[in-house]
Ligand binder design. Sequence first.
Ligand code: UDP
Length: 261
Amino acid sequence: MPARVELFGVEIDRLRMEEAVAQIQAWVADSADRCHFVVTPNVDHVVMLQHHAGLQASYRDAGMVLVDGAPVLWASRLLHRRGNDLPERVAGSDLVPALFDSAEESKPLTVFILGAAPGVAERATANIRRQWPGVEVVGTYSPPLGFERDERENELILNKIAAAKPDILIVGLGAPKQELWVHKHRNQLRAKVALCVGATIDFLAGERSRAPVWMRSVGLEWVYRVASEPRRLAARYAKDAVVFPRLLAREWWRLRNPVRS
Ligand code: UDP
């Protein structure tokens, strides 16, 4: 695997989208009976990671850590020399369609969709069928509220996944729930790869809309998301807007004043 870059105490893979897709394909083709999982940090994850031991542990064991948030990518460019920074944004919501694009009808990529509100995964499935003939959805499940604390419910989910044996498990439970759940159950997950990708299921279903391409290309997707869900996201983003610049300043200072041994 290519090197990772350390930012704010988080190790992030220096991978382009096509390299991330190739790595996932390699894991799918691997006959080993283990589940690799992928996390996609944005500013909010970085802020949470400063004090959340469970999330830190999940990140430590992740097979790939891909930069989702444009401000995190910008920070890598500001703090590290060219060549040591992150090459491009690899957002979870772009990774899933890119992976689906790479699937071939002659050897379908099997997918289990876990998360989102009832009915959403089924609508996502219908859209996937229409758009990607190389992708076969082999199961969906929308867990009830509080499922993560219910052992029987967890067992039920693990059994459903084991029965479907998907190549890819798409997990959209919001952060940090999805990263904690996948980490806790990683040894029981009978999928080749689990992708912790937030609202991607909603996007696939057409339940929520992505920011226009021009906003994404200039790194303003987060502005679009706050504007479309102000009640849920305003407080979170306000906190991040205060904490993240502080973390950036601290990191800038640390990198320029390394502790000498
Ligand atoms: N979600 C879920 N179960 C939960 C909590 C959230 O299925 O217990 C789903 C929710 O329906 C949505 C997604 O998780 O589809 C949240 O994605 P988003 O990236 O917006 O969450 P965030 O990480 O921003 O909180």
